[in-house]
Design a protein around this ligand. Structure first.
Ligand SMILES: *Cc1c(COP(=O)(O)O)cnc(C)c1O
Length: 259
């Protein structure tokens, strides 16, 4: 890593095809996390690594699990639900990290331990109903749009405090904190500003009413920008390509592109 450039958008991520290659990729991600944590004067245990396995087929996911992955994040609920069923024999905690339609709430409740992209009360209500029926709860993060691009998913920052206030009534949803995607840019300052915005929003929410935001964690940072996110206080980095290898599917399939 170049000391003055902590973004890795142009990195050639190697596609791991054996347990050893997954171990090597994970070790490299660990090395990057450790150095960011040290720069920030934080504790390694404060940062959770959530490996993101979207588009990766079952056989390779099994290798990643053998290499030590115990949590997996998936963007699309149907793909995630299918994979969780195929790999029900594995001890994996599934997290849904992508936009959800309220008619898919049932699928999330069927297998996921966590949902990181909550940004509409309609979805909250659908999840709550289903969770009550099943007699269980779900950890959730509220997704906030910190990049001011109207194309991206996530709640506008100015709506956050009213949204958290409403979530109080959804007892099966256990708010863990806030999640965001930074602007996809090679300009470190612009990326950092997104992460700082999320942290500020979290701090304001804690000040307003700490009960509304639970542990108040920040889920921010992906393969290309997680060092900057950790420096800005991330508690959970969602890392796909640096572990599994470069994706063939463009990111615009998962969220609208930077215009
Ligand atoms: C795919 C995805 C990630 C991981 O992106 P990588 O570039 O593969 O690290 C993180 N967050 C969300 C919401 C995603 O959909």
């Amino acid at each position: 890593m170049k000391p003055d450039d902590r973004l890795n958008h142009d990195e050639e991520y190697l596609t791991a095809a054996t347990v050893e290659e997954f171990r090597a990729n994970l070790a490299e991600v660990e090395r990057r996390i450790a150095s960011a944590v040290e720069r920030a004067g934080r504790d390694r245990s404060a940062v959770e690594l959530l490996p993101v396995s979207k588009t990766v087929p079952q056989d390779r996911i099994r290798l990643a699990v053998a290499a030590g992955c115990r949590k997996l994040g998936e963007n699309k609920v149907q793909e995630a639900h299918r994979k969780s069923a195929e790999m029900a024999d594995l001890d994996v905690r599934w997290s849904v990290i992508g936009h959800l339609q309220s008619n898919k709430a049932r699928d999330v409740v069927a297998f996921a331990a966590e949902f990181q992209a909550l940004d509409r009360l309609k979805v909250a209500a659908a999840l709550e109903r289903r969770l009550q029926t099943e007699g269980r709860s779900l950890d959730v993060y509220v997704q906030v749009n910190t990049s001011a691009e109207d194309s991206k998913f996530g709640l506008p920052p100015e709506e956050l405090s009213a949204f958290l206030e409403e979530l109080r009534h959804y007892e099966a949803l256990h708010v863990q904190g806030l999640m965001t995607l930074a602007v996809f840019s090679s300009d470190t300052d612009r990326v950092r500003a997104c992460f700082q915005r999320l942290r500020t929003l979290r701090d304001q929410a804690v000040e307003t009413d700490p009960e509304l935001i639970g542990p108040g964690k920040l889920s921010m940072g992906m393969s290309g920008d997680f060092e900057v996110a950790i420096e800005e206080g991330s508690d959970c980095v969602r890392v796909g390509q640096a572990i599994f290898g470069r994706r063939g599917v463009p990111d615009s399939h998962y969220w609208p592109e930077d215009s």
